[in-house]
Ligand binder design. Structure first.
Ligand SMILES: Cc1cc2nc3c(=O)[nH]c(=O)nc-3n(C[C@H](O)[C@H](O)[C@H](O)COP(=O)(O)OP(=O)(O)OC[C@H]3O[C@@H](n4cnc5c(N)ncnc54)[C@H](O)[C@@H]3O)c2cc1C
Length: 650
């Protein structure tokens, strides 16, 4: 019997399925990799930014550098929780809110590569500022408008957005996070069909408290598809000046403290019917498509973290002498700093490749963008955690405190706090892995699932599947070298590339065998799927690094330091891959679930008897808006913060 939980899940899956992008001209490298088809030609030669595009990026970075230095003190942004109004205005003046908006609509029309270079630079200076700019144009109104908006909408909004009318992306709700298909915010069409009435709440909306224009996803009237009621999510352009729009609470966070982020409420907000982006019911597709490339800012900020750690780290590990030697000479520290360099090289390569794929156009980059986001945010976290460790006590001390007592004010703890969010926003790492697994299995699911579920003409389906697998499966056992011409690569890189090619076939085979074993139940075996995703991710990072290394070796032939860096990355990746093949074989799900179920039922509460748990509810008044109110001068001043005992607000 189907439970209501299963029906809910099926409904959400149907909706998510409808929301996938399908139109592409070129294949995805990663999708092919998971099928055992190592398409080295899609990554090699490593793409080179054109001189004109590079010049445009370089010039803009010099320009924004002057703005940042003149108007923003990153320590002060972190301390006060505000990006100064004059900084926002200066950034707007410099065109920073229109980087990705096409020139014909008043923006700077930057390529994705330049956009990411600029975001990397801004994030290295002040992550809060990078997140503000990115929430505005990577996922805020400009991006869905560019992809799905009508010409009238583009003409009406894009020039305003490019000039600095801040925008926000409102998808998450208090009850709906990773699973947006089940949102509750509703938009009801007025009787005369002229406008919609919007009601509901959106949580953690970055830029929400200071935005002039928001893209809001809301449920509209359901549709009946094949006899089943399908919820319809629709994307709306909403002006925050409309009566009924309310910033209920300005949220405060562990890191990126300068962002304006809040809980928003829509109380009967009137939205003109012409403010729908795309078609009614296309909202989730619009949101997910926006995020497909929108989440590429995360790799840029992650690369910034890696490079900053390398910059500060190099000086520190030489200067700091303990036990008679610079700490970089002690093996555990040497391991951390060498991996810092090798992993930053890999992140950088993945980031550049993913951006170049977007710029090329027509490439299916969903998987590359998701893997880049997942891989870089996880890797940056590991790097910055290691950097904090290498800095010892100074890593834990604030830059301000270090500076006050006369030491170099390296903001290690702020970098760590700022970096952590990347593993959560724009798709948590767990959801990214689910997404990647689903896309990786898609070719098989489409062929095999209808057979298992009895949907469709069985005879024809069976015949098609037999034909496909009879050709595909034997190829997975062929030696890799046959189809690859790698003679022009350095001998060590040839070996690494062959490993990637070989392992991609092993991955496809093992994935296929695992599917045959678990069938429909595989979807629930998330730990096994995670292991496969991590193998694919490491193979992609290896291939990207090797392609980049070959590119760099062309200009620095015989650079042994570079070769050793790549060797180190590849050796570590191979070890992780081996480990993940082992994990994919072990079936630990049931043992884990038994302990997790007991945990959920409170069977281990006896362990927590000795700690204090009686925290009262939060007692500080909420911060309602920015003290410097940029767009709505009539907003009230924020209430003064009361300083309660530290335990009162855990
Ligand atoms: C600083 C900040 C800025 C943000 N900015 C925006 C914004 O501008 N616009 C916007 O719309 N949202 C924004 N968000 C929301 C953000 O996108 C969500 O926090 C994120 O999608 C996760 O949702 P959640 O926090 O509700 O976690 P939940 O969905 O409740 O998940 C909690 C945990 O369970 C895991 N989990 C959930 N489902 C599964 C599953 N099926 N399988 C495995 N694991 C699972 C998650 O990975 C996570 O670890 C922001 C959040 C923060 C903190």
């Amino acid at each position: 019997m189907t439970s209501s939980h299963d029906r809910e899940k099926e409904r959400a899956m149907d909706l998510a399925e409808d929301s996938r992008e399908t139109e592409w001209t070129y294949p995805s490298f990663i999708e092919e990799l998971f099928r055992g088809n190592f398409r080295w030609d899609l990554l090699h030669p490593f793409p080179e930014q054109s001189p004109e595009d590079k010049r445009a990026g370089d010039e803009y970075i010099s320009k924004i550098r002057r703005v940042l230095e003149a108007y923003i003190d990153p320590c002060e942004v972190d301390r006060s929780g505000e990006i100064p109004e004059e900084a926002i205005l200066a950034l707007a003046e410099a065109g920073a809110f229109g980087l990705k908006i096409p020139r014909e609509y008043g923006g700077l029309g930057m390529s994705q590569t330049n956009y990411n270079r600029i975001m990397e630079f801004v994030a290295s200076y002040c992550t809060s500022t990078a997140v503000c700019l990115s929430a505005h144009q990577s996922i805020g109104v400009p991006q869905p408008l560019k992809l799905f908006g009508s010409e009238e909408q583009k003409k009406k909004y894009l020039p305003r957005l490019a000039r600095g009318a801040i925008s926000a992306f409102a998808l998450t709700e208090p009850q709906v996070g990773s699973d947006p298909a089940k949102m509750r915010t509703k938009a009801e069409l007025s009787e005369d069909g002229a406008y919609y009435i919007l009601n509901g709440e959106k949580l953690w909306c970055t830029n929400g408290p200071c935005a002039e224009i928001l893209v809001v996803m809301a449920l509209t009237a359901p549709k009946i598809v094949k006899g089943k009621e399908r919820p319809q999510v629709t994307a709306f352009i909403v002006e925050s000046s409309e009566p009924g729009f309310e910033v209920v609470h300005r949220c405060s966070f562990m890191g990126i403290r300068g962002i304006a982020n809040g809980l928003l409420r829509f109380n009967n907000v009137k939205v003109p019917a012409e403010n729908i982006i795309g078609q009614p019911g296309q909202g989730l597709k619009i949101a997910l498509t926006t995020l497909n490339t929108g989440r590429l800012t995360m790799p840029a900020t992650a690369v910034a973290v890696g490079k900053m750690c390398m910059h500060f780290g190099q000086k520190w590990v030489n200067e700091r002498v303990q036990w008679g030697a610079p700490i970089g000479k002690h093996q555990p520290v040497a391991r951390m700093i060498s991996e810092m360099a090798a992993d930053t090289f890999a992140m950088d390569s993945v980031n550049i490749l993913a951006c170049e794929m977007v710029d090329q156009g027509g490439v299916d980059v969903r998987l590359e963008a998701a893997v880049a986001k997942y891989y870089c945010s996880e890797t940056a976290w590991r790097i910055v955690d290691d950097f904090l460790q290498v800095r010892g006590g100074r890593g834990y001390e604030t830059a301000e405190s270090l500076g006050t007592r006369g030491e170099e004010p390296i903001p290690t703890e702020r970098m760590l706090r700022d970096a952590r969010i990347a593993r959560i926003i724009e798709g948590t790492s767990e959801i990214m892995r689910l997404f990647i697994a689903r896309e990786a299995l898609d070719a098989h699911v489409r062929r095999i699932m209808p057979l298992m579920t009895g949907k469709g003409p069985r005879g024809q389906l069976l015949w098609d599947a037999v034909k496909f697998y009879a050709r595909w499966y034997p190829k997975l056992w062929l030696p890799s070298a046959i189809s690859l011409n790698l003679r022009h690569l350095s001998p060590r890189n040839q070996d690494h590339v062959l490993y990637v090619a070989r392992t991609s076939r092993k991955l496809a085979r093992t994935l296929f065998h695992t599917m045959a074993k678990y069938r429909q139940k595989l979807e629930r075996e998330q730990l096994i799927l995670q292991a496969f995703v991590d193998i694919g991710t490491d193979l992609f990072a290896m291939a990207a690094s090797l392609s980049r290394a070959e590119y760099e070796l062309k200009t620095h032939p015989g650079d042994e330091n570079l070769q050793e860096l790549v060797d180190l990355f590849c050796t570590n990746a191979r070890r992780r891959i081996q480990d993940n093949f082992r994990k994919a074989k072990q079936h630990r799900g049931q043992a884990i679930s038994r302990v997790a179920d007991a945990f959920m039922e409170g069977k281990y509460r006896w362990m927590i008897d000795d700690v204090y748990t009686d925290f009262p509810p939060a007692s500080r008044p909420a911060r309602m808006t920015r003290p410097v109110e940029l767009k709505r001068p009539e907003s009230p001043e924020p209430p003064a913060e009361e300083h309660e005992s530290p335990v009162a607000n855990p």
